[in-house]
Design a protein around this ligand. Structure first.
Ligand code: C2O
Ligand code: CU
Ligand code: CU
Length: 530
């Protein structure tokens, strides 16, 4: 059945006609099986696919809480990549992309031990993918660049969920377009539940358990979201002038007193955050990228590089109205590139959350409600962390992240003009979809040594979680970091990993810098696991 290129205007209703790649259950368009759980915001109960959250446009508006889509076996779980618009700033529509929403996508919830079927339909005018970032699935289900599918097509992977409880993330991963598509909204959150562990943490979604996708975006003088990258953005990664949480500018979250779990996802293209609370309060990290550590880790500040996740539990028993903030710098070369010339910087303290260089970035403010908190009153001493002993590595590999692969000046100019040049690379080679860079044997523990010749880069590996062994020559306590799939590389960094899922040459796994501008410019490689 041929697939036709179709251009859908955002207001045009979705059509049931669909083309499939891997057809498992053609036929009538099934009903959506989405569940609305414990939702506190009235807007979330809207019955349509395109939820307009009317209040999300102003700073201080309530935090939008993503809808939950329980993805299990069988048909009926649909994600549709669409073009849409959203009023980030009241009265001003910005062009956006989303998975079944005007911006971002629903929270996908999977259960360990199940097989999950999901149909992802492309209703935009460019190829997309759906990459399940952090999930342990074989290469042909991973949603990497080779699995791009075109307008009108549906991709229907069947995902064996074999992953410990964790907060993951999904996003488009088309080579050369990832930064732009993710920026416009093709990303969302994944939660893996493990029915075999007794989660001792707050877990009433929308009540004491909230996802927070933190992103920085820029807006023009009229309030429209913009993504214009120049040479500097390319080199240091894009840094926006506004902070969005779940698609709303610096929103407010109402929580009950007591313990509240926040699932933080750094969904920014490049920015690194150093999160803390305005009163300097202590909080506890209860999960990293790959899931639970062996015990809650107490801290007052949390650093998250692009694509990293962390779950934290915060105690609001004192009912103080605090704010979550971040330092501005920390992104490497240029201290965050906050030199926005947006017309919105003026006026009422500016769109940046009011403040000069050096003052913290405002992320989210909290208000304490009188509602009952159904969760636990105290944190457990230990957590049911997944125990995996990787043993000793049987080989080691070296990776150097380069800012100048190939003929830099020439290709940089091409890049700025045509956006498809390749100026960055790994081990002096820019990413090439047709070249397999490594063949990694299945099931063998390896030590990977990663170096960066300039700046700092969040290095990500598909297909597995890993343990950080050393960072800048200092050894890291694996119990402290836990399992992860992104490591921030500033100096020599060693990670220990093993691949239990396979990837063939037609759908290999990726390793890359998760500064999306660097990734698109070629700081990526690919490998088979056989
Ligand atoms: Cu978040 Cu290669 O991915
Ligand atoms: Cu990934
Ligand atoms: Cu990088």
């Amino acid at each position: 059945m041929p697939c036709h290129r179709r251009h859908l205007s955002p207001s045009r209703p979705l059509e049931p006609k669909r083309c499939r790649r891997k057809s498992s259950h053609d036929g009538a368009l099934p009903m959506k099986r989405r569940q609305f759980l414990s939702l506190t915001t009235a807007a979330l109960a809207a019955p349509t696919l395109f939820v307009r959250r009317a209040n999300a446009a102003e700073p201080g508006a309530p935090l939008p809480v993503p809808e939950v889509m329980d993805v299990g076996p069988g048909s009926g779980n649909n994600l549709e990549a669409i073009r849409s618009t959203r009023e980030f700033v009241a009265g001003v529509r910005s062009d956006t992309l989303g998975y079944s929403q005007d911006y971002l996508g629903p929270l996908l919830r999977f259960r360990r031990g199940q097989t999950a079927n999901i149909d992802v339909t492309n209703r935009i005018d460019a190829p997309i993918t759906a990459h399940w970032h952090g999930m342990h699935v074989p290469g042909h289900l991973d949603g990497g660049p080779q699995l791009a599918f075109g307008p009108g097509e549906t991709w229907s992977p069947e995902l064996p969920i074999d992953h410990p409880a964790a907060t993951l993330f999904y996003h488009s991963h088309v080579h050369g377009r990832t930064a732009d598509q993710v920026y416009r909204g093709l990303a969302g959150l994944i939660v893996i539940d493990d029915p075999d562990i007794d989660d001792p943490l707050p877990r009433d979604y929308g009540v004491n358990d909230f996802p927070l996708i933190v992103q920085d975006r820029s807006f023009d003088g009229a309030g429209r979201m913009t993504y214009d990258i120049g040479m500097m953005d390319l080199m240091q990664g894009f840094h926006g002038t506004e902070i969005l949480v779940n698609g709303a500018i610096r929103p407010k979250l109402t929580v009950p007193a007591g313990l509240v779990r926040l699932r933080l996802v750094n969904g920014s293209n490049a920015r690194m955050y150093n999160f803390s609370f305005t009163d300097g309060r202590t909080f506890h990290q209860v999960a990293s990228d790959g899931g639970l550590p062996t015990a809650p880790i107490s801290m007052t500040g949390l650093r998250l590089a692009a694509a990293e996740r962390a779950e934290i539990v915060v105690d609001f028993s004192d009912r103080a109205a605090v704010r979550l903030v971040s330092t501005r710098g920390g992104s490497g070369m240029m201290g965050g590139g906050m030199m926005g010339n947006s017309g919105m910087m003026g006026g009422n303290g500016g769109m940046m959350g009011g403040g000069a260089e050096g003052s913290p970035l405002e992320i989210l403010s909290f208000e304490i409600a009188d509602a009952r908190n159904p969760g636990p009153a105290r944190l457990p001493e230990a957590l049911p962390a997944p125990v995996v002993d990787l043993g000793e590595p049987v080989r080691r590999r070296d990776f150097t992240l380069n800012m100048h692969a190939g003929n830099m000046m020439g290709s940089m100019l091409n890049n700025l003009i045509g956006r498809d040049g390749q100026i960055m690379g790994i081990n002096d080679e820019s990413y090439d979809m047709g070249r397999i860079d490594l063949q990694v044997p299945h099931g063998e523990t390896e030590l990977w040594r990663i170096n960066a010749d300039m700046a700092m880069h969040p290095f990500h590996v598909h297909g597995t979680s890993f343990q950080v062994v050393t960072q800048n020559g200092r050894s890291v306590d694996p119990a402290r970091i836990g399992w992860t799939d992104v490591v921030h590389v500033q100096g020599p960094t060693e990670i220990l990993l093993r691949f239990d899922k396979r990837a063939t040459a037609d759908a290999p796994f990726m390793y890359h810098c998760h500064i999306l501008e660097h990734e698109d410019a070629g700081m990526m490689g690919q490998f088979t696991v056989l």
